[in-house]
Design a protein around this ligand. Structure first.
Ligand SMILES: *[C@@H]1O[C@H](CO)[C@@H](O)[C@H](O)[C@H]1NC(C)=O
Length: 297
């Protein structure tokens, strides 16, 4: 106990003096070293996030909690606090970008969460239109014979009315499915057709909704930071979340056919294995998980 306390005191004490000594030697504070030493992207922004979060200075710590409109002023305040000249444009610009990425990530999570909380409502025309759009994108040569019909099972829903399949993912599940079919139409139709494989088949829409949950939980836990900080130099948008979802669907299908599970009964196990694989890729500070450039909309 005493030893732990000592360790704790010691490490924060050492960290404090170490920073002081390095500053004396290099004439630069930790923020400057991170901003100048790392190329733009996850390394830099995660470094900034860590440095600000562990600072004893309130102005610096608060920089992690400002919203978009306050970022510019916050950058000035931090520079004043650390006695960095305001004419150091490189420092200013780079800190600005990192703070936008940090605040943008949180905002994106809130937006995604809000969409997830909207339940699918068959009395809502907009919801219904998106559902029909999904059908038309995936099955261009076949008309729906009715709103409630067994045909929905052809694209991997569980019953004659998809509304019950969205459950925990709400509208987010549908919007993701539509986004993938709209922006990667060929890939979506190809994967749908592969999902009908007699031995390795799976329910396209149900698995698609399940992968929305995976994308959502990776965003929520913060695991998605390296990817988003590398891909977006500024505020990440909803579109970037949908893009990541598209990557998951595409890669999951590949993974499933490579692994050749005995049957869909093993879905849990392979989903978990795939999840671990993605989490592993996201541990890399250079992670960029996107579908090939040529397929980008
Ligand atoms: C996705 O699949 C996992 C494993 O079967 C399950 O625990 C989870 O509840 C599913 N999520 C959704 C939204 O269907």
């Amino acid at each position: 106990m005493l030893l732990q306390l000592w360790g704790l005191l010691y490490s924060s004490y050492v960290r404090f003096w170490l920073k002081w000594v390095v500053r004396l030697l290099t004439g630069k504070c930790e923020l400057q070293r991170v901003l100048h030493g790392q190329k733009e992207g996850a390394r830099r922004t995660l470094g900034i996030e860590h440095s600000l979060g562990s600072s004893k200075n309130k102005v610096l710590r608060n920089a992690l909690h400002v919203d978009e409109a306050e970022v510019e002023k916050c950058v000035k305040d931090v520079m004043k606090e650390k006695k960095i000249e305001q004419k150091d444009i490189r420092f200013k610009t780079n800190l600005h970008i990192s703070l936008l990425q940090i605040t943008g990530y949180k905002k994106l999570y809130l937006n995604v969460e809000n969409l997830r909380k909207v339940p699918y409502d068959s009395d809502n025309e907009e919801h219904e239109e998106q559902l029909i759009e999904l059908w038309n994108l995936l099955m261009p040569h076949e008309n729906l014979k009715a709103r409630i019909t067994k045909q929905w099972c052809d694209i991997g829903f569980q019953s004659d009315d998809p509304k019950t399949d969205f459950r925990g993912m709400g509208l987010l599940g549908l919007v993701n499915l539509v986004y993938f079919s709209k922006h990667y139409t060929n890939e979506a139709r190809q994967i749908l057709s592969r999902s009908n494989h007699p031995k390795l088949g799976y329910s396209y829409a149900i698995v698609g909704i399940n992968l929305t949950e995976m994308a959502y939980s990776l965003l929520k836990s913060g695991d998605l930071k390296p990817h988003l900080y590398n891909v977006v130099s500024g505020l990440p948008q909803m579109e970037h979340f949908h893009q990541f979802y598209c990557y998951l669907v595409y890669e999951f299908d590949k993974f499933w056919f490579e692994e050749e599970p005995e049957s869909i009964m093993h879905f849990n196990q392979y989903r978990e294995k795939f999840h671990e694989k993605i989490k592993g890729l996201l541990l890399d500070y250079d992670a960029v998980l996107t579908l090939g450039d040529k397929k980008k909309p």
